[in-house]
Design a protein around this ligand. Structure first.
Ligand SMILES: Nc1ncnc2c1ncn2[C@@H]1O[C@H](COP(=O)(O)OP(=O)(O)OP(=O)(O)O)[C@@H](O)[C@H]1O
Length: 878
């Protein structure tokens, strides 16, 4: 027994696409066979059947209709498979023997372009990593928009893994291809896969070659050399970019002309945010639920176009470091906020602009329809007005952008003159092209219309001839045109009526004359459909040749949309324009958390001030009861700084902020538990990362460091961390440090730059009232049991907890007396007295110091009484 010719062809094609599920086109279906069929039938929940393949057993088979294939492909991609689409590549009518077939495209998570599957306001990145011991290059592209970026990092002896993760945390690719060096590091690839929830595969090692890559880039960009592309001395970037282009060539099979620019950037241009910080600050999605609602993006995004939405998201992910660039964005936002009418006008105008960035890729892939072209036409119509707006905003000067509208009029007129105003979705069923655009279309349409006139005349004459009043001419796809006669009138049907179909209540006939008319009508319609499609494709290709210009214009529109969105948010929420300083100060008056403020009922959010500097206010140790608002306050400061650095106004009454190079956060438990690390281990590795990478220009948000282990270990770690961070010779970074270890408030007196802050609560009987106000000083209690009570923990447990607390506090006092006497004192001073002072609390020490300074011998009795009264009052406040 041997394989059928078709199965032979199947195996030959499958051989080259072993890692993909092969969609094999047979008529109106894509069929899958053998293992592919077993997998697909399980994943898509479709029936598994069998097909004779020339062997003893039938081949397992399942299939999906051609017309609804997109949704099935999307489902498989979502489940982590690649799908190779195999089409008939010659006209079956002209084929000699078996019709030729080949794979026309491999769809992977990173190369999907179906707009039903992609999120409008999110890029879908395919990423290539080239890595060796000394460094890495990353190139990534969004095939649906044509964006292509690359960056690299090399460090002979340093850490290249953290920067790699930082970059990936920003890109969040859906698919990664990499070289063998990285792929063989299975623990690293596993970590990448789990952390970023993406597909990661090795690509041919021979592709990761500098000269080969150089040639690939030159071919893709149609340039003779790489000069002026920013890729000089960027060997890692060149190799990663070349390999990525090669992967696209291999999977997409067509030349992707919309990818015509490579943007090389350095991480030094943007604030570095590691993946934990992005998550903790909930920049683009929430920690719980991973949804946009509740994130900073949710508050800031008032964009009108999908392109603007995607760009704003990118801005939030890449806060700027250049003061000039930030100020330029801010000044446009400021101008707009002063002209709310202008903001609204821009919004109205931009609402008419379609996602032309993705539309151009559809044009390149040949998947756009006539409606898309109408949308393009309507978008282009707004361009002259948008251009005018840009010049009124000084965008050309401030942002160095301008809208190039030369020649777009031709595209507008081409679509206007050719495409009907409301064409169907399908481009293969006619009804696309205007009569006047093409004389042949006009005469074919006339012939078809005339045919329909003949038909109605024929109907009338047959009614007269036969006397059957309710006789009618109809059409269906299988039998074509027919004459229908109801059951009760069949007896009047003449002999020249040839029976074609019998229905329950009627009989259908044809006549030689009807057949003749049908041939004329259908012949004209078939020809017309074919011609309309041909004309449509030629128009599409003509527009494709303008891809670069339209893409550049779409980028300009995205910028104005993103700025307008920032302005509208600022206007609606009464944000203010932040000042930028170069002296390392973060000074905020009545700052608010942009998201919590929106979630709470209007007026309920309590604003707070902040003062951080390189000197006395470097590290703020923040204490306060559970639920008081410590985390909210710290995040609010980080978000206000970050908003300023994307060029946004900020939620505050006044803000004078310095540019920070990085924001680090260590908050709560991460989800690395799946990777076999304990909560505490994760916490400590995050702390290690911060201590290793923070600089004096960084902003650190540290929430309850050390709480993941025993009290004394945790306290000691937290203490040591503050010492290290506050030391100008080590890090000296501006830090907000929230803690329930009240012992840490002692550091205010020991370390320069450390200041205590507490968030106030008011005790009312057994209850506490959260005031949400921050104030200088340290808190004395955590009120954990009161908060547990508020949370609804049963009174039995609460009462028992109070009992235990009393018990433990008593024990703790005894223990701390012992501990204090055995604790090794810091050897900071040789002065015996000052060493002994360490035995006392800060307030006690202050009192002792005051007493020491009083000349007791010369005091009058009244003075002595007054002093003792004052001191006893102070000590009562302890
Ligand atoms: N300034 C504020 N104004 C009004 N409500 C606030 C404010 N800050 C925080 N809240 C509310 O208080 C809740 C608790 O705040 P948050 O989580 O910051 O407390 P916390 O002190 O960090 O608590 P814990 O120590 O238990 O982690 C928030 O969910 C928010 O609704």
């Amino acid at each position: 027994m041997s394989l059928t010719p078709m199965m032979k062809q199947y195996f030959e094609i499958k051989e080259n696409h072993r890692d993909s599920i092969l969609f094999f086109r047979l008529g109106d279906f894509y069929e899958m066979f053998f293992d592919d069929a077993i997998i697909a039938s399980r994943e898509l929940e479709i029936a598994l059947t069998g097909r004779d393949c020339g062997l003893k057993d039938k081949a397992p088979m399942c299939g999906v209709p051609y017309h609804s294939a997109d949704s099935y492909i999307a489902k498989l991609i979502e489940k982590g498979y690649k799908v190779a689409i195999c089409e008939q590549i010659e006209d079956p009518a002209k084929a000699v023997g078996i019709v030729k077939r080949d794979v026309v495209r491999v769809v992977t998570p990173g190369t999907i372009i179906d707009s039903n599957v992609l999120d409008d306001k999110k890029n879908n990145y395919l990423c290539c990593i080239y890595m060796n011991e000394k460094g890495f290059g990353i190139a990534y592209t969004d095939v649906s928009t044509g964006d292509f970026f690359t960056t690299e990092k090399s460090d002979e002896n340093g850490d290249i893994i953290s920067p790699l993760f930082d970059e990936l945390g920003k890109i969040l690719p859906t698919e990664i291809i990499c070289n063998t060096h990285l792929y063989e590091n299975t623990s690293l690839t596993m970590k990448i896969k789990q952390r970023f929830n993406c597909m990661i595969n090795e690509f041919h090692q021979w592709v990761f070659d500098f000269d080969f890559s150089k040639e690939s880039i030159k071919r893709q960009l149609s340039v003779v050399n790489l000069n002026g592309l920013g890729l000089e001395d960027k060997d890692y970037s060149v190799v990663a970019s070349g390999a990525l282009i090669e992967y696209l060539r291999e999977t997409q099979k067509i030349s992707l002309n919309h990818i015509n620019k490579i943007t090389q950037y350095s991480s030094k241009n943007f604030m570095t945010l590691d993946i934990n910080t992005r998550r903790n600050l909930e920049l683009t999605e929430t920690i719980r639920g991973n949804v946009k609602k509740g994130s900073l993006l949710w508050v800031l995004d008032k964009t009108s176009t999908a392109m603007g939405g995607r760009l704003l998201k990118k801005w939030i992910e890449e806060p700027l470091l250049s003061r000039k660039d930030i100020e330029n964005r801010l000044s446009i936002v400021e101008y707009l906020t002063q002209n709310i009418m202008l903001i609204n006008d821009i919004r109205l105008l931009l609402k008419e602009v379609y996602d032309i960035e993705r539309l151009m890729s559809k044009i390149i892939f040949g998947t756009c329809n006539a409606r898309d072209l109408i949308s393009l036409k309507n978008s282009i119509k707004t361009f002259p007005q948008i251009k005018e707006l840009l010049s009124s905003l000084d965008c050309e000067e401030l942002l160095n952008i301008s809208l190039n509208i030369d020649g777009l009029e031709d595209i507008y007129m081409l679509i206007q003159n050719s495409i009907l105003d409301e064409p169907p979705f399908s481009v293969r069923e006619g009804g696309l092209i205007k009569d006047d655009f093409n004389t042949e279309i006009k005469s074919l349409r006339e012939a078809s219309a005339k045919g329909k006139e003949w038909l109605s005349k024929l109907e009338e004459s047959e009614k007269t001839k036969t006397g059957i009043k309710n006789l009618k001419v109809g059409f269906n796809k299988i039998f074509g045109y027919y004459i229908e006669v109801s059951k009760s009138n069949i007896k009047f049907a003449p002999d020249y009526f040839i029976r074609k179909q019998t229905l329950a209540n009627s009989e259908r006939y044809i006549t030689p004359e009807l057949k003749e008319i049908e041939d004329k009508i259908l012949g004209a319609e078939d020809k017309m459909i074919a011609l309309e499609y041909e004309i449509f494709v030629s128009i599409r290709d003509k527009i494709a040749s303008e891809v670069k210009r339209i893409q550049d214009d779409s980028k300009v529109i995205a910028q104005i949309d993103a700025l307008n969105s920032l302005a509208l948010t600022a206007y609606n929420n009464n944000y203010i324009k932040p000042k930028i300083n170069s002296n390392g100060i973060i000074k905020i008056k009545d700052g608010k958390h942009p998201v919590v403020e929106k979630v709470l009922e209007e007026g309920l959010f309590v604003p707070n001030d902040t003062l951080l500097s390189n000197e006395e206010n470097r590290v703020l140790v923040i204490t306060g009861p559970n639920m008081a608002g410590k985390s909210t306050y710290m995040r609010q400061v980080a978000l206000i700084v970050l908003m300023m650095q994307i060029g946004s106004f900020v939620p505050a009454e006044e803000a004078d902020i310095c540019i920070v190079d990085r924001i680090f956060t260590r908050i709560g438990a991460s989800d690395d538990l799946s990777q076999g690390q304990s909560t505490f281990m994760v916490e400590m590795s995050e702390v290690a990362n911060i201590l290793n990478n923070a600089t004096k220009d960084s902003l650190l948000i540290l929430d309850e460091i050390g709480r993941g282990t025993s009290t004394y270990d945790g306290l000691s770690i937290a203490w040591a961390v503050i010492e290290y961070i506050s030391d100008n010779n080590k890090i000296g970074a501006k830090t907000l440090f929230a803690t329930h270890y009240h012992e840490l408030t002692e550091l205010e007196d020991r370390l320069s730059g450390v200041v205590n802050y507490k968030i106030l609560v008011q005790e009312k009987g057994e209850d506490i009232i959260f005031l949400r106000k921050i104030q200088k000083g340290g808190a004395d209690r955590s009120y954990g049991i009161e908060v547990a009570k508020l949370a609804g923990v049963s009174s039995d447990v609460i009462n028992r907890a109070y009992e235990l607390l009393n018990e433990l506090e008593k024990r703790d006092i005894n223990k701390s007396e012992i501990a204090l006497s055995s604790r090794e004192r810091p050897k900071t001073s040789k002065d015996k007295n000052s060493l002994q002072l360490d035995f006392f609390s800060v307030k006690e020490r202050n009192i002792i110091e005051k007493l020491k300074s009083i000349d007791v011998a010369n005091l009058t009795p009244i003075d002595a009484i007054n002093i003792l009264y004052k001191l006893s009052k102070e000590s009562n406040e302890i």
